[in-house]
Design a protein around this ligand. Structure first.
Ligand code: SF4
Ligand code: SF4
Length: 320
C-alpha cells in the first residue's frame, strides 16, 4: 500500500488512518465504523495500539509470514532492509515507508501501517455500512491515537459525516488544546474520553504527559447535553488500585454531569507481537491478566460515582 499523498490532495486535507474498523460495537451505541487516526502525544506503557503512536506511516515485518524470498531487499531504493538469522533488520532512520518492499514481497510479510485518505474517501468507506447504522442506532467514531493531532482532517470529516446524517462520536485521550477540542466537539454527537489515573505523578510517569490538561478537557466535555462515555484501562500495577478508581469516581461524580456510562477495560496482554514488529519494547511482558472478582470490586467502587451505567469487559484470569 502506498503512503504517498496524491498531488491533488495536499497533506493538510488528508488524514493518516491506521485502521478502519467496521462493525464495531464498543466505540459508542449501535453498530459503528471506527477510524483510528495515526499519532498520539501520550506514551501509555500499556498502549495496545503501538502502530498508532507515531504520526508518520511505518513499516512492519511479520516474521510468521516471511518465506525468505528476499525480493524486498532489492526493491528498497535506500537499502534499508537486511534479512538476518535474527529476523528482518529495518533501518528506520533511512526507511520512509514508501511501501516498495511490501509490494515486492510475495508472502505479504511487510506492511506499511498508516494510509492517507481525503475526508471524502474516508466517508465513502464509512457509508458502505450505512444501513447497519440506521438499523442499530449506530454511526461513526473517530479514534486513535489522538484524533485532535489531525485536527483539520477530523473536523472536515466529522462535519461531512453529520451532513450525511450519521451519528458521530469523538474518542479522545483528552490531551488536546481546548480550542482544538471545542472545534471538533461542534461536529460530535457524543464523546468517549479516556481517564486513567488521578495521581499527577503517576500520570506523568505512566503516560508521559501531565494530568492537568486531561482534566481540563474532561470538564469541557463533561458539561452540557452531549452524552459522555468514560473509559478506564485497568492495568495491573498501574491503574488498578481501589484508591485510583475511587479518586476517578469522585472526580467524575462531582464534575462530569454529562457522563452516561463508564467502561472499565481489563488489561489485554496480546499486543507484544505488534511492539516487536515496530522494534519497540513491550514493557508489560509477562504481566498477568486481572481476576474477574477484582474487576467486579473495581466496578462497585466506580458505581459510587453515580454514573448510571458502569460496565467492565475484557479477558480475565481464573482466581488463584
Ligand atoms: S492515549 Fe491511547 S493511543 Fe495514546 S498512548 Fe495512551 S493508550 Fe495509546
Ligand atoms: S518501505 Fe521503502 S524505504 Fe522502507 S524498507 Fe521498504 S522499500 Fe525501503
Amino acid at each position: 500500500m502506498s503512503s504517498k499523498v496524491s498531488p491533488e490532495h495536499p497533506a493538510g486535507e488528508t488524514g493518516n488512518i491506521f485502521n478502519i474498523q467496521r462493525f464495531s460495537i464498543e466505540d459508542g451505541p449501535g453498530i459503528r465504523t471506527t477510524l483510528f487516526m495515526k499519532g498520539c502525544p501520550l506514551r501509555c506503557v500499556w498502549c495496545h495500539n503501538p502502530e498508532g503512536l507515531e504520526a508518520a506511516p511505518q513499516l512492519m515485518w511479520f516474521d510468521v509470514r516471511c518465506i525468505g524470498a528476499r525480493d524486498c531487499l532489492g526493491a528498497c531504493p535506500v537499502g534499508a532492509l537486511q534479512l538476518t538469522a535474527e529476523g528482518m533488520l529495518i533501518d528506520r532512520e533511512a526507511c520512509d515507508a514508501c511501501g516498495k518492499c511490501a509490494d515486492a514481497c510475495p508472502a505479504g510479510a511487510l506492511e506499511v501501517v498508516g494510509r492517507r485518505y481525503t475526508p471524502t474517501e474516508a466517508l465513502d468507506e464509512v457509508m458502505r455500512d450505512e444501513a447497519f447504522y440506521r438499523n442499530s442506532g449506530g454511526g461513526v467514531t473517530v479514534s486513535g491515537g489522538e484524533p485532535s493531532m489531525q485536527r483539520r482532517f477530523v473536523e472536515r470529516f466529522l462535519s461531512m459525516a453529520k451532513e450525511a446524517g450519521l451519528h458521530t462520536a469523538l474518542d479522545t485521550s483528552g490531551y488536546s488544546p481546548p480550542g482544538v477540542l471545542t472545534r471538533l466537539l461542534e461536529h460530535a454527537d457524543m464523546v468517549l474520553l479516556d481517564l486513567k489515573l488521578m495521581d499527577p505523578d503517576r500520570h506523568r510517569e505512566l503516560t508521559g504527559v501531565e494530568l492537568g490538561p486531561v482534566l481540563d478537557s474532561a470538564r469541557l466535555v463533561g458539561t452540557g447535553d452531549r452524552p459522555l462515555w468514560i473509559r478506564t484501562p485497568v492495568i495491573p500495577g498501574c491503574t488498578d488500585s481501589d484508591e485510583n478508581i475511587a479518586a476517578l469516581a469522585s472526580f467524575i461524580g462531582e464534575e462530569l454531569a454529562s457522563a452516561r456510562r463508564w467502561d472499565l477495560l481489563a488489561f489485554n496482554n496480546t499486543c507484544g507481537s505488534k511492539y516487536r514488529r515496530l522494534d519497540l519494547e513491550w514493557k508489560l511482558e509477562g504481566r498477568p491478566l486481572i481476576e474477574a472478582a477484582r474487576m467486579e470490586r473495581l466496578a462497585d467502587i466506580a458505581r459510587c460515582s453515580g454514573v448510571k451505567e458502569v460496565v467492565w469487559s475484557g479477558a480475565t484470569r481464573r482466581e488463584s
